[in-house]
Design a protein around this ligand. Sequence first.
Ligand SMILES: Nc1nc2c(c(=O)[nH]1)N[C@H]1C(S)=C(S)[C@@H](COP(=O)(O)O)O[C@H]1N2
Ligand SMILES: [Mo]
Length: 542
Amino acid sequence: MPRRTQGWAALVGLVSVAGGFALAELLSLMLAPSSSTVYAVGSFAVDITPSWAKDAAIALFGTNDKIFLFVVLGLIFAAIAALAGRLELTRPPWGSALLIVFGALAVYAVATREQFVVLWLLPTVLGLLAAIVLLRMLTARLRTWVVAATAPEPSAPTAPAGATPEARMTPAQESVLTQRAAPSRRGFLTLLAGTAAGAVVVGAGARLANNAANAATAAVERVREIFRLPQPATAAPPVPAGAALEVEGVSDLVTPNEEFYRIDTALQVPAVDPETWRLRIVGMVEEEVEISFAELLDLPLTETTITLMCVSNPVGGDLIGNAVWLGYPIRELLARARPLAGADMVLSRSVDGFTASTPLEILEDPDRDCLLAVGMNGELLPPEHGFPVRMVVPGLYGYVSATKWVTELRVTTFEEDTAYWTDRGWSAMGPIKIGSRIDVPTSGSRLAAGTVPVAGVAWAQHTGISGVEVRIDEGEWQAATLAPAISEDTWVQWVHQWQAEPGTHQIEVRAIDATGEVQSGQNVQVVPDGAEGWHAVRVNVS
Ligand SMILES: Nc1nc2c(c(=O)[nH]1)N[C@H]1C(S)=C(S)[C@@H](COP(=O)(O)O)O[C@H]1N2
Ligand SMILES: [Mo]
């Protein structure tokens, strides 16, 4: 089979699969956003991605990890589609069979989504059928064209063994063949181009509409406007004078919402209608408790500043942020439900199926403001940070405590239940480790000799920081100046005025917590319970 024909066959595969996806997107738009094949396959891939690959993706692409995921999936599907096109031409019906195999995988992906109903299978199944029909039709046309273009004249002498018809054609003969093949060629190309154009227009249009519809953004935005953030009954601790250093480049003491890191497994931000939202406290309790958003807003709310951090944050990374959270203490709700003796964990669950395991003891601790938060930095929670309600727990990594779009708290035991990331190789317990970061100067900076402020942040949530030390070129550790902290639940800023001399230098930082524990310099990877090691930057002074 000539190369060119194989290329056309691959294109037939691509266009057929694109057509199938487009139809599926269109149908899911009418049905339910979560029934989208693209969305389901993507979410499924997120669920089965091993931790090391997820970490590598986050390390490489940060919060663009989802775009990366879709590029990889797109390439895989394109390769399969091209192969199916070639198989259908050379070894029918193996191309169709290949599509059925991957279609079945997509069906499985849809069926394993949270809150799945059988009807959700419709887009994927019909999309698969459409892809197969297109594949067969286009392949048939391609074959007609190839046969017309290569069929020998009835009078032509038999080809010598091994020679293809083209091989012995003179240019004149070839042009005769081209003319004879013209109608079938036109038929094939018209169908191919028409399908391709239709698939792109319908597919892209439906996907965009689907994204918008899913966030049901418009609707949820409208409801968001009905609710006003109430005044706190207990105000946030004041920001002490001097807590925000005036050093260019140091992290904001309070991270603006738009800059706050975002980590979750949700490919589409869940659209939760606050009017129908309920939180249920169930499991090992004397009395089940249910509360609505309006009821929650009517309770005496606490405002407090908490530095949230991701367990996947590498040394020197930026998956950490500090915000003023407004919410209702979880211990108060737990007290209403009265947990039974023997319970030691609360499994919080999100609308999207994510779960986190938080020690009951920590949530009940009267000295720790574990919140069912509704506000972030004076606004209702932004959708991507968990609107309408999320959890925030001082001192625990997000994956074991900070459930966004939370709808259920199950009082249970660590023996009985495990959470989303625990099932994927991460520790069931996730206390935040003491840490520190150099914000300025950044690695690779070229500086002028003289006084250079070295500054950054340090944290030991719910314990507090008592000191930060800096050393240059592995010399003596020197105490940095510590700005006052907002509270032991927040990070602190620090600065060290360094007398920089010409040359290449390495700057390192380590923190000391309020109990005197010194941050360990031993390098530990993020899996299974958080990174350890001193952040170091290298700079050039001249
Ligand atoms: N529903 C849901 N909540 C979630 C997650 C998630 O994947 N789904 N990720 C958790 C993790 S790992 C972290 S670090 C924090 C991040 O919160 P943020 O995106 O508001 O910064 O949310 C937590 N809550
Ligand atoms: Mo995280």
